[in-house]
Design a protein around this ligand. Structure first.
Ligand SMILES: *Cc1c(COP(=O)(O)O)cnc(C)c1O
Length: 544
C-alpha cells in the first residue's frame, strides 16, 4: 500500500471513530427511507396534479369533521335528482318481469308508443344522427334491409358465414384506401378490423400498441401522452389496460402542443395521440409534426379520425386546404375511424387500422398476440377472436358495407360539399353575434363557441327549450354544434334561435331555471374534481 492510501485510511478511521457503530448503520437506512418517502410524495403530487392533490387532501380532512360528509352527500343527491328530473322516462312504469303470456306482434305497438318518448332528433341535434334530408328515408330503408338480411349471422363462425368475412374485409380495405393505404409512404401493408364504435377502435389500438411496445422496446410500465382535447376513450383505455395517461394542455390555436408533448415523453412512453379533428372544437392537430416526434423517439402514434375519417378525405379532394392526417404521414402507426358517424353506417360500426401486420400481431408464437386473443387450452376448442366482442352481429357489418357501397365516392363527395358549406354558413352567422366567439379555427363541421360576457351554458339551456340539442364543453366553458346533413335546411332557424337565446340571457339571466347551466356552472367552480367525479358516477348509478 502506498503513502496516500495509508493516509486516506487513517483519516477515514479518525472520521468514523467519532460515531457510534449503530449510527453508522442507521444513518444510510434512515436516509434511504426519507428518500423513498419523498419519492412517493412527489410522485403522488405529480400524478394527481399538485393543486388537485392539495385540494383533495384538504377536502379529505374537512370530510372528517362530524356531519360534513352527510351534508355533502345530501347536496350531491339534490344535484343527482335534478339531473334525473331532466330525463323523461320514469321508472315506475317499467316492465321488470317477463309477461306471463308472450305478447306476440303486439310488441310492435308497444315499440311505436315507446318511440314517442324520444326527442325529435330530426334537424335539431348536434351530431347524433348524421344522415338527413329527403335522402334519409331511403338510406335508412336500405341499411336496415341489409342489416335484417344478416342480423342473425356471426363473423365468429367464419366457416358458416364467409359472406360476412368478405364484407368486413372490404369495408376495412375501402376505408383504408381513403386514409393513405394506397400511397407509397404507407408501405402498402395497412390492415385492420371492424369494431362496435370509436371507443372500441381506440381501446384496441391502445391495447395493441401496449403489447407491441412491450416486445419491441421492453416497456413494462407503459405511459401515453395525449392532448387535453383527445377523446375520453383514451382515459377508458388507460384504466382498462393499466397505462399511465398524461393529458397535455393544447396551444393557443387549441391544437396539440407539440413542444409540451415532447416534454412529457419518457422511456416508458409507448404512444402519442393526435385527432383529426378533435371532438370538442373540430380542430385538426399538427399530425405531421407529431409523426416526426414519434419517429424521433421510436414510439407509436395513433391518429383519431373517428369524426373526420369520412369527411376529410373528400374535403381534400374537393380542394379544401387541409393539413395531412393519414398514413401518408410517416410515424402514424394506427388510425380509428367511425363508419357510424359521417360514414352513415348503422350505429355500432367503426374501423381500427394499423400501418402493418407486425403491430397488430406478433410474429413469434410465444409473444402476446397484441390485438388478437388466441386460446389453445380451452375445453371449448381452439378459439381466436380479433376484437373485444366474441360474437358479433354480421348485420352491422353488412349495414356498413351497404351504406358505403350505395353512396360511393360521388355520394360522399356531395355530402361533404354540403356539410362544409353548411358549416361555413353557421360559422359566419355566429361571428355576427358580438357576444359570442368561435373557439380556434374549425377545420370541418364541428363549431365550438363561448362568450366572455354571458353564461354560455344558460344560452345552451334556452336553446334546449327551443328544441336544439347542443354539446356542453369545458376548459373553456363553451358549447358546440356538430353539423350533420340534417342542419342544411335549418341553418337560418338555428341562427335566429341562437341570436334570440343570447339576447334573453343577456337581458334577463335570472329567468332561466333548471337545465344544465347550474350543474356545469357548479362543476366549473368546484376545485375538488373528485367530487365532480362522484357526482356523475352517482348519476350513472341511478339510471341503470
Ligand atoms: C365519436 C368520437 C370517438 C368515440 O366514438 P364512439 O363511437 O362514441 O365510441 C372518439 N374520438 C372522436 C374524435 C370522436 O368524435
Amino acid at each position: 500500500m502506498d503513502e496516500t492510501a495509508l493516509g486516506l485510511r487513517a483519516s477515514a478511521n479518525a472520521f468514523l471513530s467519532q460515531y457510534e457503530p449503530l449510527t453508522l448503520v442507521l444513518t444510510p437506512v434512515v436516509g434511504l427511507l426519507v428518500a423513498i418517502l419523498l419519492h412517493f410524495i412527489i410522485h403522488f403530487l405529480l400524478e394527481n396534479g399538485i393543486k388537485r392533490s392539495f385540494v383533495g387532501l384538504i377536502m379529505g380532512a374537512v370530510k372528517l369533521v362530524p356531519g360534513v360528509n352527510k351534508y355533502i352527500e345530501g347536496e350531491k343527491q339534490k344535484v343527482v335528482d335534478k339531473l334525473q328530473s331532466g330525463i323523461k322516462c320514469k321508472r315506475e312504469s317499467w316492465q321488470t318481469e317477463l309477461p306471463h303470456i308472450g305478447l306476440g306482434r303486439e310488441v310492435i305497438g308497444r315499440l311505436t308508443s315507446q318511440k314517442e318518448k324520444d326527442v325529435n332528433w330530426q334537424g335539431r341535434c348536434s351530431g347524433t344522427v348524421y344522415i338527413g334530408g329527403h335522402e334519409s328515408e331511403g338510406h335508412f330503408l336500405l341499411t336496415n334491409e341489409a342489416y335484417s338480411m344478416f342480423s342473425h349471422t356471426n363473423p365468429l363462425h367464419l366457416d358458416v358465414f364467409p359472406s360476412i368475412a368478405q364484407f368486413e374485409g372490404e369495408v376495412v380495405a375501402m376505408t383504408a384506401s381513403l386514409l393513405g393505404s394506397k400511397e407509397e409512404a404507407s408501405g402498402g401493408q395497412v390492415c385492420g378490423n371492424m369494431t362496435s364504435g370509436g371507443t372500441e377502435s381506440i381501446l384496441l389500438a391502445v391495447k395493441t400498441t401496449r403489447d407491441y411496445m412491450k416486445i419491441k422496446k421492453g416497456i413494462k410500465k407503459p405511459e401515453m401522452v395525449i392532448p387535453e382535447s383527445a377523446h375520453s376513450a383514451y382515459d377508458k383505455a388507460a384504466q382498462y389496460f393499466n397505462i399511465k395517461l398524461w393529458r397535455v394542455p393544447v396551444n393557443e390555436e387549441f391544437q396539440a402542443d407539440v413542444k409540451k408533448i415532447r416534454r412529457s415523453i419518457n422511456k416508458n412512453t409507448i404512444m402519442i395521440v393526435g385527432s383529426a379533428p378533435g371532438f370538442p372544437h373540430g380542430i385538426i392537430d399538427p399530425i405531421e409534426e407529431l409523426g416526426e416526434l414519434a419517429l424521433n423517439f421510436g414510439i407509436c402514434f395513433h391518429v383519431d379520425l373517428c369524426l373526420g375519417g369520412f369527411v376529410l378525405p373528400f374535403a381534400r379532394k374537393l380542394g379544401y386546404p387541409l393539413p395531412c392526417f393519414d398514413f401518408a404521414v410517416q410515424g402514424v402507426t394506427s388510425i380509428s375511424v367511425d363508419v357510424h358517424k359521417y360514414g352513415l353506417g348503422p350505429k355500432g360500426t367503426s374501423v381500427v387500422l394499423y400501418r402493418n401486420r407486425e403491430i397488430r400481431k406478433a410474429n413469434c408464437c410465444l409473444d402476446p398476440q397484441h390485438q388478437f386473443v388466441a386460446v389453445t387450452e380451452w375445453s371449448g376448442g381452439l378459439y381466436v377472436s380479433p376484437t373485444v366482442a366474441g360474437s358479433r352481429s354480421g348485420g352491422l357489418i353488412a349495414g356498413a358495407w351497404a351504406a358505403m357501397m350505395s353512396l360511393g365516392l360521388e355520394g360522399y363527395m356531395e355530402h361533404t360539399r354540403v356539410l362544409m358549406e353548411t358549416s361555413k354558413r353557421i360559422q359566419n352567422g355566429i361571428k355576427e353575434i358580438s357576444e359570442l366567439f368561435i373557439i380556434g379555427k374549425p377545420h370541418m363541421t364541428v363549431i365550438a363557441f363561448g362568450s366572455k360576457v354571458i353564461d354560455i351554458f344558460k344560452v345552451n339551456d334556452v336553446m334546449s327549450s327551443k328544441g336544439w340539442h347542443l354539446n356542453a364543453l369545458q376548459k373553456p366553458s363553451s358549447v358546440h354544434i356538430c353539423v350533420t346533413l340534417q342542419h342544411t335546411p335549418v341553418v337560418e332557424d338555428f341562427l335566429i334561435d341562437l341570436k334570440e337565446s343570447v339576447k334573453i340571457v343577456k337581458e334577463e339571466p335570472g329567468t332561466i331555471e333548471g337545465g344544465l347551466a347550474p350543474i356545469y356552472g357548479a362543476a366549473e367552480k368546484m376545485p375538488d374534481r373528485g367530487m365532480v367525479q362522484d357526482l356523475i358516477v352517482a348519476f350513472m348509478d341511478s339510471t341503470c
